[in-house]
Write a protein that binds this ligand. Structure first.
Ligand code: SF4
Length: 356
């Protein structure tokens, strides 16, 4: 069915209902998407809506944010908590999976709702909401009581939807915990709502004696607009160290040209490529998943094509809460004679140490 013409009734507000998506020309009328909207939250910011080309049925930005009927199909291997957050949650809002770091999930709201989200059963208006004051007190008490916690990762949801006042309050409490040295924010805000990154928000991300890292989630080079670059520059210039996180998504970035442009775009913006996630087994997301062997081939092709600065680590969160594993294909194998076979970036094998 043909889509309505672009921009009809385009709003300065985020699009949060099927009706608003129809009005904006992003889905056809009688799409049947109400059933999807009842299960999973929808939000598309004006910045992202403006990036979508509704005349392209395969638009990689639309694919990430515009709901599809395929989300109603849940496969047997999918699960509500694909990376096992609940298995490692000693108190509400905390996930303590690795010894030296915790997740602090202060809020379960996002400025956009990604159709492949690994926490889609927890985020959104019907999700777990914002931590109540008593739960927040218990979360900080847990962090203070565990001296092995070196890093606190604010995630959710997107922590940058919180006001500067609330972010400052969190950072002030972390500043009082001496063994916490690093605070990391996981966010999509600089890309999807770059105007939110103003001096008040940036000041709120910093605290005396702590180093602030920000892991930016973006999946396609078109997300790195001029406005996004401006927001990133304001953060980096203020001393925030930036990393990238991307998800390898069928129909969005599962080709080497797109991945190379994305990773180079990060580096050009002073964002160090960090993780390329294999998509998690979240309900209704099988249409986004490619095979791991395909992912390994793409990552190997990146090695031969772009600078070492631009290389992400290909990661799988092992279902059940067993943590992350580097799943990039190894370029070295034991020969069984005490030597190794090492593959170069062209795919050619070499013996190590070389024969003399
Ligand atoms: S921003 Fe992150 S938490 Fe929010 S919907 Fe997207 S993937 Fe999920």
């Amino acid at each position: 069915m043909a889509l309505p013409s672009r921009g009809r009734g385009r709003s300065a507000q985020s699009l949060k209902t099927v009706e608003s998506l129809v009005e904006a020309g992003l889905v056809p009328e009688a799409s049947g998407l109400d059933a999807v909207a009842q299960k999973y939250a929808i939000a598309i910011t004006p910045t992202i809506a403006a990036l979508i080309d509704p005349s392209d049925p395969n638009d990689p930005i639309a694919r990430q944010f515009v709901p599809e009927l395929a989300e109603l199909v849940t496969t047997p291997d999918e699960r509500a908590d694909p990376i096992g957050d609940l298995t490692h949650s000693p108190v509400e809002g905390i996930v303590h999976r690795y010894p030296d770091r915790v997740l602090l999930k202060a809020v379960h709201v996002c400025p956009v709702y990604c159709r492949f989200c690994f926490r889609r059963e927890m985020v959104g208006p019907q999700g777990l909401g914002t931590l109540a004051p008593a739960a927040m007190d218990a979360a900080f008490a847990y962090i203070a009581a565990h001296e092995e916690i070196w890093e606190v990762i604010l995630t959710g949801g997107d922590p940058l939807v919180l006001s500067p006042r609330r972010l400052s309050a969190i950072m002030e409490r972390l500043a009082d915990i001496a063994h916490v040295k690093v605070v990391r924010f996981h966010t999509r805000v600089p890309v999807v709502e770059p105007e939110r990154v103003d001096s008040a928000l940036i000041a709120a991300l910093k605290a005396s004696g702590k180093t602030t890292y920000l892991a930016l989630h973006a999946n396609h080079p078109r997300e790195l607009t001029g406005a996004a670059s401006g927001a990133i520059a304001r953060l980096v210039d203020a001393g925030v160290v930036m990393l990238s996180q991307s998800v390898l998504l069928k129909g969005v970035n599962d080709d080497v040209e797109t991945l190379a442009a994305l990773m180079r775009g990060f580096v050009e913006n002073r964002v160090k490529p960090y993780y390329l996630h294999h998509p998690d087994l979240a309900p209704g997301t099988s249409h986004f998943r490619i095979g791991i062997a395909e992912g390994q081939a793409l990552v190997a092709a990146l090695r031969g094509r772009i600078s070492g600065l631009c290389q992400p680590t290909y990661i799988l969160d092992i279902p059940g809460g067993h943590g992350k594993a580097d799943i990039g294909a190894s370029s070295i194998a034991a020969n069984g004679d005490g030597c190794f076979s090492v593959r170069d970036f062209r795919g050619v094998e070499h013996r190590y140490p070389p024969e003399v």
